[in-house]
Design a protein around this ligand. Sequence first.
Ligand SMILES: C[S@@+](CC[C@H](N)C(=O)[O-])C[C@H]1O[C@@H](n2cnc3c(N)ncnc32)[C@H](O)[C@@H]1O
Length: 260
Amino acid sequence: MLYSAIVFLEVVAAAGRKSQEADRRTDTMSAVVNDYGSASYWDERYSSSALQEATKSSDGTYDWYNSYDNLRFALRRIIAPDDTGDSNDGNNENPEHKEILIVGCGNSALGCDMYDDGFQNITNIDISEVVINQMTDKYSSKEHMEYTVMDARNMEYIPDECFDVIVDKALFDALLCGENNLDSVQKMLREVYRCLKPGGHYIMISHASSKNRMHYLTTSPLQWDVEVIEVKKPVITGSNLKTNDNDKKSDFHYIYSCRK
Ligand SMILES: C[S@@+](CC[C@H](N)C(=O)[O-])C[C@H]1O[C@@H](n2cnc3c(N)ncnc32)[C@H](O)[C@@H]1O
């Protein structure tokens, strides 16, 4: 098993206020008595108009941690390493053919943004029927993008080894704050491993550093190579968005790239 750490100092100048709110919320996740692993908690949350209004952006989406804009460079490097991201450079390995599963999609814009960036076979799942109905209505025009109610801990309708990439932004962290947390994260990781093609990537985006995540990712029977990419968080100073230069652990989000 290979563990490597790359410090990826991306300047995330385009991030918005909603990402900051997500960070704050997640940093206090473990102190809050919410069951982030239960469907009823999330159904209620996505049904609550007050909460929706407080957290979502003008387009009705809400992204935990970070937006695709800020993660794009790192994600493309994992998913399409030979592709520079410039569709006109003649070096495109057709990333749109990759089969991508987003687990715990919520009402994040990630699926839509990836779709618009060329990854056109995207399946989004979430345990909340409420948010899946909302997202199905919202993105009905995206022909090859699906939204399905499914528990990531039991993806029995998904055959073995059928996805090239499985993206998890804040789901692992949420399950770790729920009831039966250790059982939940183990079940999810086993299911993710089963559904990944050999050579495929599980991409976990977390607020926690490798000290608090690596042991979950390297427990038997998981046999994958794990690379950790640090993405610097944006900070808001007054009305300006600036990159924080102090490099404390809390200044980063972490992308765990697990290659089966
Ligand atoms: C912290 S939110 C993250 C949402 C989104 N990925 C983002 O980055 O903004 C966690 C999401 O996971 C969903 N969820 C919780 N438990 C789940 C499970 N067992 N299977 C699938 N989705 C789940 C919740 O409904 C919620 O939408």
